[in-house]
Design a protein around this ligand. Structure first.
Ligand code: ASP
Length: 344
C-alpha cells in the first residue's frame, strides 16, 4: 500500500483526506519515475500517470493520462468539463504538452472539446505547428475525430449567472475561495492531512511534470483559465515557456495562478534556466516568485503564482507567492500532497 486514504462523511459534505506520511520499509527514491502536479487534489490525476510510469511507460503518455482526469471531472471548476465560463458564459479551454525531445503543442480558447490535452498532443505530433487557437483549434480537433461536448455544467452556469449580478472580475478572490476550501489537520503521527469538500475533488489549473524510468521528462498543463475572463483572453497555461517548459537535459517546470503575471516572467522557462545554472527545483521556483513579487511592488500580496519543478535527478520542489498553494507527488516510495513554501 503506497499511501493511506480515508473518505470521511462530514455533515452534508464528503471530504477526501490524503496523508502526507510516507511508508516505512521502502528505500528513499534516488532515481526513477516521479510525477508532480499542482494542487493536493491532483493525487488522483497522479495515480493515472503512475499507472503508466510504474510499468516503464513514457512520461509523455503519463502526463497526458494524468491531466485527462481533472479535464473530465465536473467537480473541477478550473479545468475542462465543469470549468467556470468566460463572462459571456462560454467555457474555453487551454492546454499544452512538451516532451523529452523539446517538441510541443498547444491549444488556446478551444470550445466544446473534453480533452484539450489530447488535441495539444496531436498538434505536436501531427502538424508542422505548435499552437492552434479558437475556431481553428476546434476544426483541427473535429478533423481528428473528437466529438463536441458541452463543457458548461449546470453548476458552472449557475455560478456564472450569480457572477453576472455584479460582473466584477476578481481572479484573486476566485483563487482564494478555492484555496481556502482545502483544510489541513495533523494526524496522531504528526503527518498533515488535507481535506476538501466533495464539490471540489480537484481544483484549479493542473500542471503535471514527470520523469520516467528511462530518465526522460515531459509535461502537460490544462485549464479553463480564469473564471469570468474577457472573451478571447488566454493566460499562461498553454504558452510554452510560461505555463510549462521541459528541457530533457535539465528539468521541467509548470505552474498555476494569475496567468498574466506568469507570462510576464516566462515562469516555467525561467525555472528551467535557473536549474540549468545550478539551482535546485525549490530555489529555481523561488526565483520565479521573486520576479513576480518585484514586478507587483505594493500589490504583490494580491497576486498568486504557484510553481513546481523537477530536475533530471528526480529532485522536486515548489514555491508560491501566497500561502495555501499545494502540490501532489507520486514516486516509487510515496504518494502524497504537500504544502508549498510561499513568499508571503
Ligand atoms: N494560470 C491559469 C490562467 O491564468 C489559471 C489558474 O492557474 O488558475 O489561465
Amino acid at each position: 500500500m503506497l499511501n493511506r486514504r480515508k473518505f470521511i462523511q462530514l455533515t452534508g459534505l464528503t471530504s477526501a483526506f490524503i496523508s502526507t506520511s510516507s511508508f516505512a520499509g521502502r528505500k528513499a527514491l534516488v532515481k526513477g519515475p516521479i510525477v508532480l502536479s499542482t494542487w493536493a487534489p491532483n493525487v488522483k490525476a497522479n495515480k493515472a500517470a503512475w499507472d503508466i510510469l510504474s510499468k516503464g511507460g513514457r512520461a509523455l503518455d503519463a502526463v497526458e493520462a494524468g491531466v485527462m482526469i481533472p479535464e473530465a471531472d465536473p467537480t473541477d471548476t478550473s479545468v475542462g468539463y465543469g470549468g467556470l465560463p468566460d463572462r459571456d458564459g462560454r467555457v474555453t479551454v487551454d492546454a499544452c504538452v512538451m516532451n523529452e525531445k523539446g517538441q510541443c503543442g498547444s491549444v488556446m480558447g478551444l470550445e466544446d472539446i473534453l480533452h484539450p490535452v489530447q488535441v495539444a498532443r496531436l498538434v505536436m505530433e501531427q502538424t508542422p505547428h505548435v499552437q492552434f487557437v479558437g475556431e481553428g483549434a476546434l476544426q483541427f480537433a473535429l478533423s481528428k475525430g473528437f466529438k463536441r461536448t458541452n463543457l458548461l455544467t449546470p453548476q458552472a452556469e449557475k455560478a456564472w449567472k450569480e457572477w453576472l449580478k455584479t460582473s466584477k472580475y476578481d481572479p484573486m478572490r476566485t483563487i482564494k475561495d478555492l484555496e481556502e476550501k482545502i483544510q489541513r489537520e495533523k494526524n496522531n503521527d504528526g503527518a498533515m492531512l488535507y481535506k476538501w469538500p466533495s464539490e471540489l475533488l480537484n481544483h484549479d489549473t493542473i500542471g503535471m511534470i514527470a520523469l520516467d524510468a528511462d530518465g526522460n521528462l515531459s509535461g502537460a498543463c490544462s485549464t479553463s483559465g480564469m473564471a469570468f475572463k474577457m472573451r478571447g483572453r488566454v493566460g499562461d497555461s498553454p504558452i510554452i515557456g510560461a505555463g510549462l517548459f521541459v528541457d530533457n537535459e535539465v528539468g521541467a517546470a509548470t505552474c498555476t495562478g494569475i496567468g498574466e503575471e506568469i507570462v510576464k516572467i516566462c515562469g516555467a522557462h525561467t525555472i528551467v534556466e535557473m536549474m540549468r545554472h545550478g539551482a535546485n527545483p525549490e530555489e529555481a521556483c523561488k526565483e520565479a516568485v521573486r520576479r513576480i513579487v518585484k514586478n507587483n511592488g505594493d500589490n504583490a500580496k494580491n497576486v498568486q503564482g504557484g510553481f513546481i519543478a523537477i530536475n533530471k535527478k528526480g529532485e522536486y520542489g515548489g514555491y508560491s507567492v501566497m500561502k495555501n498553494f499545494t502540490m501532489a507527488l507520486h514516486t516509487t516510495d510515496t504518494e502524497k500532497a504537500m504544502d508549498v513554501k510561499s513568499w508571503f
